[in-house]
Design a protein around this ligand. Structure first.
Ligand code: SAH
Length: 395
């Protein structure tokens, strides 16, 4: 392509992006908005191939049929613009400047509508938005989680101090506009921090959690527990992970970094026994409640660092046939990987949301007797450059 033509194409793409999303450039969240969806999938498949093909076979990428508005967890930060108007939206990449967002292409539309309603209610309820510089004001963030299959909606109001003036009337006004809301929680975050949620919580309407369903299992999700933001694709990811594990009903399975216990619970009917380990206490409580709800008697959850837990297990001569692991972006700890050398599970299914740490951990495992048998990318985050991968290793 000639230089001039390339320039024109770039200009057309820029226009397209601006039409699709007015804050595209300031937000920086949709790195792939300039590509149509088929091209995004090809790009991600190629990236996964580059990373994994030196080790083994990579299957076709698993894409989304309808790749918009998939985010069931929506976070909005509240503040004021230069003119003093209340705004809500997201932090501009790498800064603490708020980019106002009303309708995001990726976020659940109901969640965005609820955030808009809250913005509108603040003035009449005399609720001040928080100002990071002066540490003054009350409302810092709103977090909304929606159950994809159940339609349940949780609204978390993150406040600097625990008192919300006329809280009952506020909830009433919110429910009048959105009767579909199932629960409202106040979370208190009085620290100068970029973490959204603080430690203290108070339920002011409903049960304080939502439930969702995936792969025939029902899960409890509390405000602070990890739950995949794209449940449609999470279902496909879990299915792939379970297929890779090839369970026959005789295996002892370790679900490491298990969150609310999703993967382990889906595996449990096909295994002899499942052990889940997770650091976040709220997530572990949700996992235990979920196992009860799903009437699973062969699964146990433990709150611990996955590395410490696996080391103890190895020291006590514990037996594990299959390890399902889904660590955070920082990847697995050395401790955990070292313990796997002793535990020597026949199969490892590694779910990763970060190519760099996956590459590091794969190298370790492949240097220690494992082989990558199969792998696939699953598009959990269309329009962004995040790539989720699931790998099957055996020794
Ligand atoms: N498998 C789950 C959660 C994956 S996200 C799902 O699909 O929903 C990664 C999880 O690892 C989070 O729940 C996080 O709280 C947990 N985690 C982070 N560091 C950990 C550690 N050192 N030990 C155990 N769990 C950890």
């Amino acid at each position: 392509m000639k230089k001039e033509e390339k320039k024109v194409e770039k200009r057309v793409e820029k226009k397209k992006e601006a039409v699709l999303c007015p804050v595209y450039q300031k937000c920086g969240g949709c790195q792939l908005l300039h590509m149509d969806y088929a091209r995004q999938l090809k790009w991600k498949r190629d990236q996964a191939g580059k990373l994994l093909e030196p080790y083994g076979k990579v299957e076709e990428i698993i894409g989304m049929e309808d790749p918009l508005h998939y985010r069931c967890k929506v976070h909005a930060v509240f503040g004021r613009d230069r003119k003093g108007n209340i705004i809500s939206g997201i932090y501009q990449t790498g800064t603490h400047r708020i980019v106002p967002v009303e309708n995001c292409l990726l976020e659940n539309t109901k969640a965005d509508a609820i955030i808009g309603t809250i913005r509108g209610l603040l003035k009449s309820f005399k609720i001040k938005v928080y100002d990071e510089d002066t540490n003054y004001g009350l409302l810092r963030h709103v977090l909304i989680r929606t159950g994809y299959a159940t339609g349940q909606i949780m609204v978390v109001l993150v406040l600097r101090s625990p008192i919300l003036p006329s809280k009952n009337n506020f909830v009433k006004a919110l429910l009048k506009e959105h009767p579909e809301i199932s629960t409202v929680v106040i979370n208190v975050n009085d620290r100068k921090t970029s973490m959204v949620l603080g430690d203290r919580q108070q339920v002011i309407y409903g049960s304080g959690y939502i439930e969702d369903e995936l792969c025939g299992m029902r899960f409890k999700v509390s405000p602070k527990a990890f739950y995949q933001v794209n449940p449609v694709q999470a279902g496909k990811l879990y299915k792939k992970a379970i297929t890779y594990a090839g369970l026959t009903g005789k295996e002892c399975v370790l679900d490491a970094y298990c969150g609310t216990g999703t993967i382990g619970m889906i595996a449990a009917p096909h295994a002899k026994q499942v052990i889940g380990v997770e650091l976040n206490r709220e997530a572990v409580k949700d996992a235990i409640a979920g196992a009860k709800k799903n009437q699973l008697s062969n699964i146990r959850f433990y709150q611990a660092d996955a590395g410490d837990f696996a080391v103890d297990m190895a020291r006590e001569g514990g037996k594990v046939d299959v390890v399902l692991m889904d660590p955070p972006r920082s990847g697995s700890s050395e401790k955990f990987l070292e313990a796997l050398r002793t535990l020597r599970p026949k199969k490892i299914v590694y779910v990763s949301c970060n190519a760099e740490t996956l590459a590091r951990d794969l190298k370790f495992l492949c240097n220690n007797g494992y082989q990558l048998k199969k792998a696939a990318a699953v598009d959990m985050f269309p329009y962004t450059d995040d790539i989720e991968m699931v790998c099957f290793l055996a020794n």
